[in-house]
Design a protein around this ligand. Structure first.
Ligand code: HEM
Length: 420
């Protein structure tokens, strides 16, 4: 923190202006108050960590726990962290809320089922889904890319991967829609959707366990059950929590990777042209570095990375008390000029791009290979099939869903020459 005489005012956080462009405020925080205590809109007091080096250190610091029981306010029944409607056990016992040794055991189990091979085998299905959503609006010459493309793609993809029968997948789309629309709003509706999803998943897991047989189905839930049946223990509750976190962690993040990514490409015509050419020529190198750069430049996860101090500690020169929540601001760290030359420039061919968009350390995003597959397929196919894609609204009119967890567009209107 700066001394009183030099301290200019901290820009207002969590306003509409902040949601539509948080980067100037992040630059201010990095420079003047890199570990900054603030009151979140929920009323919870937390530390924001905005410099790359501090952020990376915090993400891997074993003194910072992911378990909300370590939140000082939780002890007084005031803690407001977590999934609405879920307290204590149930779906809260998932990877993002636990520490070793439980985390190590559960992550090992799910890693056996969520393998890069399984994701690679899934590529044709992601392509098929991508094409079918584009088909649904291609003849119109206009679309809302959030609702008609970025939103349904990941939800149907994860449902397929998990082994949710096709006839039930529309229910998941509706529950997920409730969560994304009202994530920071009326808790009642979200809690009801979470409850329905929990009930459905518990039943599905039970059914799959009973019908697994010798061969078994080749879906992720069956894989999870099988992994647990071979030596290591995974309770039905843990399996339901695992399926839920795969949906929860892999859904809105991917919506916003595609939404923010396409939006930034439309705002950077030279970069977009480079990527369009690469996609048409099947140059996977630029596609891969390009999607990583889009994640760094305008990633979906803002502050979702809660940690709680299990003891008094010092981070970035700031003393943090036991029980204090710490939020690592990935989007701020990923624009740190100390780490990324020209951080505010979108450079799709950027090398040495160790951004923190997928986190770091033992909680590093389990779904990164799937997110990359979906992001690259969605963006490449869109640019190839709709080559004159353009924004259908003034950028100033676009509304951002800001929040503590994700940052993404509410709608992304686009226009293009209709294709049959
Ligand atoms: C963890 C980002 C897509 C599943 C994380 C974390 C981040 C992240 C930052 C670490 C959080 C922390 O340390 O507190 C993203 C982004 C995505 C994405 C930006 C898309 C662009 C996915 C997908 C899935 C997924 C598609 C699965 C279907 C998970 C899981 C964890 C996680 C299970 C918890 C891992 C653990 O605690 O061991 N993700 N994610 N994510 N992600 Fe993702």
């Amino acid at each position: 923190m700066t001394g009183p005489a030099a301290a200019p005012a901290c820009p207002e956080l969590f306003t509409w202006e902040f949601a539509s462009d948080p980067y100037p405020a992040y630059a201010w925080l990095r420079e003047h108050a890199p570990v900054h205590r603030t009151r979140l809109p929920s009323g919870v007091e937390a530390w924001l960590v905005t410099r790359y080096t501090d952020a990376r250190q915090a993400l891997a610091d074993t003194r910072l726990s992911k378990n909300p029981v370590h939140h000082s306010e939780a002890a007084h029944g005031k803690g407001k962290v977590g999934i609405p409607g879920e307290r204590g056990a149930n779906l809260m016992t998932h990877l993002l809320n636990i520490d070793p040794p439980d985390h190590t055991r559960l992550r090992r189990l799910v890693s056996k089922a969520f393998t890069p091979r399984r994701i690679a085998r899934f590529a044709p299905r992601v392509q098929e889904l991508t094409d079918s959503f584009i088909d649904s609006f291609a003849e119109r010459g206009e679309a809302d890319l959030i609702h008609e493309f970025a939103f349904p793609l990941p939800i149907y993809a994860i449902c397929d991967l998990l082994g949710v029968p096709r006839e039930d997948q529309d229910d998941f789309r509706d529950w997920a829609g409730m969560m994304i629309r009202h994530g920071g709003g009326p808790r009642g509706g979200v809690a009801r959707s979470v409850k329905k999803m929990r009930g459905y998943l518990a039943e599905l897991i039970h059914r799959k366990r009973e019908t697994l047989g010798d061969e078994g189905a080749d879906d992720l839930i069956s894989g999870l059950i099988r992994a647990s049946d071979h030596g290591e223990h995974l309770t039905e509750n843990e399996a339901a929590a695992m399926a839920f976190i795969l949906l929860f962690a892999g859904f809105e993040t991917t919506v916003n990777l595609i939404g923010n990514g396409v939006y930034q490409l439309l705002r950077h015509p030279e970069q977009r042209q480079l990527l369009q050419k690469a996609a048409a020529e099947g140059d996977e190198g630029l596609l891969a570095t390009g999607v990583e750069e889009l994640l760094r430049y305008d990633g979906p996860v803002e502050l979702a990375t809660w940690r709680f101090a299990t003891r008094d500690l010092t981070l970035g020169g700031q003393r943090i008390a036991e029980g204090d929540p710490v939020l690592v601001v990935l989007a701020a760290a990923d624009r740190d000029p100390e780490r990324f030359p020209g951080p505010d420039v979108l450079d799709l061919s950027r090398r040495d791009n160790q951004h923190l968009g997928y986190g770091h350390g033992i909680h590093y995003c389990l779904g990164a290979p799937l997110a990359r597959l979906e992001g690259q397929t969605a963006i490449a196919t869109l640019l190839t099939r709709l080559p004159d894609l353009r924004l259908g609204a003034d950028p100033d009119e676009l509304r951002w869903r800001g929040g503590l967890i994700m940052r993404g567009l509410r709608a992304l209107p686009v226009e293009f020459t209709p294709v049959r």
